[in-house]
Design a protein around this ligand. Structure first.
Ligand code: MN
Ligand code: MN
Length: 295
């Protein structure tokens, strides 16, 4: 379980680093540049160094740090950590995240007003530390913890549903669930409740930052491939919000396939400070907070 947790965190970072190169490109542009983009090489619109990650990974690490400090998932601690993260001038930041954090700065309230329009993927992409820290808790508690961190910036029913679904999928994969079980236990119920998330017939190119499109692309790639490398290459070559589809797909595939399945060449290129932080946090969240020592 510990190795799967580490793989989920490293998978998140690998997908982010791989996808960032082609974020906002179309599949045609990606094919023209790279044929198939399958190397962690940096660049992209953010002009990253090879192996550098973006907000998807660094917000998760900020959240995980707050959970470790507080000993639990706490909205105010999360908001403070995100605010500190924003002050440190991250390489990228979503509009909804910025708005939510400015709201926290001015009001001190770690929750934005609910909005029909704030269905971006920013809360879903950073949920992994919550999944690890709440392992062994009831589903109701897990869902509440997901929403507490999410609502700092995104207070929206579709964002909540996606964020909670991903956390429960990660936890189930850590417990050894296979892909068919993850589909039946989590994705099918999500689609039953919110038919927007039906992914089989959805467009396959240019998934946007709308959490529905993001998850559709992630599910298409995750359920159609047999290993993490194939899964991440599939999802990032669709372009669009590729660092975030990559990060989320990498988290799920890491949790499912485990640490030995992570591509060595990618791991060697990943920023070493980031990979060390991901690995250390995964273990600490699982063992110190998440009851992983009992599991
Ligand atoms: Mn990003
Ligand atoms: Mn993104």
């Amino acid at each position: 379980m510990e190795s799967r947790a580490v793989a989920a965190y490293l998978g998140l970072a690998l997908g982010d680093a791989l996808g960032a190169t082609v974020e906002f490109m179309t599949p045609r542009e990606i094919a023209a540049h790279y044929q198939v983009h399958d190397t962690i090489r940096g660049g992209g619109w953010l002009r990253l160094k090879p192996g550098q990650v973006t907000d998807d990974t660094t917000m998760a690490l900020a959240l995980g740090g707050a959970i470790l400090q507080t000993g639990r998932v706490d909205a105010r601690a999360a908001a403070r950590a995100f605010d500190g993260w924003m002050r440190a001038r991250p390489v990228d930041i979503g509009n909804t995240v910025r708005r939510g954090l400015l709201h926290f700065r001015t009001t001190g309230i770690p929750e934005t007003a609910s909005s029909e329009h704030d269905a971006g993927n920013g809360a879903a992409m950073r949920v992994l530390p919550v999944a690890l820290a709440t392992l062994g808790q009831s589903e109701t508690q897990v869902r509440a913890a997901c929403r507490a961190q999410a609502h700092v910036t995104h207070n929206n029913a579709l964002s909540d549903a996606a964020t909670e679904c991903l956390a429960l999928m990660v936890q189930d994969a850590l417990h050894g669930a296979d892909k068919a079980q993850l589909l039946q236990r989590h994705v099918v119920p999500l689609i039953r409740q919110h038919p927007e998330f039906e992914f089989r017939s959805a467009p396959r190119s240019n998934p946007s930052g709308y959490v529905v499109e993001t998850l559709q692309a992630v599910f298409q790639a995750f359920f159609a491939t047999q290993n993490i490398r194939e899964c991440l290459i599939d999802v990032v070559n669709r372009g669009g919000d590729a660092d975030t589809t990559g990060a989320i797909a990498g988290m799920l595939a890491g949790a499912l396939y485990g640490q030995d399945a992570l591509p060595k060449a990618w791991l060697n290129t990943l920023d070493s400070g980031i990979s060390q932080a991901c690995e250390a946090q995964a273990r600490a969240l699982l063992l110190e907070i998440g009851g992983g020592s009992k599991a």
